[in-house]
Design a protein around this ligand. Structure first.
Ligand SMILES: Cc1cc2nc3c(=O)[nH]c(=O)nc-3n(C[C@H](O)[C@H](O)[C@H](O)COP(=O)(O)O)c2cc1C
Length: 209
């Protein structure tokens, strides 16, 4: 399916039919999500993938009982890092050095630049910045799912503190920001399955200068 056809086809599904996504397809979507860019490439978030039905059902009340949670094949939680320190920058430099097969000393200037950028920000500001990065990953996941003909519902309708507690995220320095259910639409029971997609028209949305 061509990109624009896939994006017209997708919508935020309210009811899913419980069909499992083939493992390879899920991996493709997750790999596309992993390839999302982030500021400096620091990737200050983690992606939690839940396929276990019992865990999904435990989460559902924290999503105000939206049925897609239990009816999905997988729930993906995007969780921002609650602290970003020089240690994280050092770990990232190490990863670059390993993946590009170069000495970490060669990254001194870049490392100093990134450390300088985080130095004067409070942990609250850094967490807000990390949160923005999670939405870029969400966008990649949504597009990847559509291209794979997998339905995906982006979700902010949940109690982040309750989700953090249910999944023990705080202990790992994580805070749930946004979620994505992945699965297949139950068209017969979803009032939106045949609805026309509504978007601001290009002439109202795009300003050309
Ligand atoms: C960040 C974000 C949070 C959303 N939260 C929810 C949600 O909790 N539950 C839900 O059913 N849809 C949710 N939506 C879906 C939007 O309502 C939907 O994407 C929008 O109305 C456009 O429609 P479409 O995606 O079906 O084309 C969310 C979308 C985004 C981008």
């Amino acid at each position: 399916m061509k990109l624009l056809d896939a994006l017209q086809w997708r919508y935020a599904v309210k009811r899913m039919n419980g069909t499992k996504i083939p493992a390879e397809t899920l991996e493709t979507i997750l790999e596309a999500t992993r390839l999302a860019p982030s500021s400096f490439g620091l990737t200050p978030y983690n992606i939690i993938v839940i396929e276990d039905q019992a865990t999904k059902l435990k989460l559902q009340p924290h999503f105000y009982n939206q049925p897609q949670i239990g009816e999905s094949s997988a729930v993906v939680i995007f969780a921002a890092h609650t602290s970003i320190t020089e240690k994280d920058v050092d770990a990232y430099m190490q990863e670059i050095a390993e993946q590009r097969n170069m000495p970490v000393e060669g990254l001194k200037d870049f490392s100093g630049y990134v450390k300088g950028a985080i130095a004067h920000q409070s942990q609250e500001q850094l967490q807000a910045w990390a949160t923005k990065q999670t939405y870029i990953a969400l966008g990649f996941a949504l597009v990847a799912a559509a291209t794979e003909q997998v339905d995906g519902t982006p979700m902010e309708g949940f109690d982040p503190a309750a989700v953090d507690a249910e999944l023990g995220l705080a202990a790992h320095g994580l805070h749930a920001t946004v979620a994505l259910t992945l699965g297949y639409r139950d068209a017969a029971n979803d009032y939106l399955s045949s609805a026309v997609k509504v978007r601001r028209t290009a002439d109202k949305l795009i300003i050309k200068k």
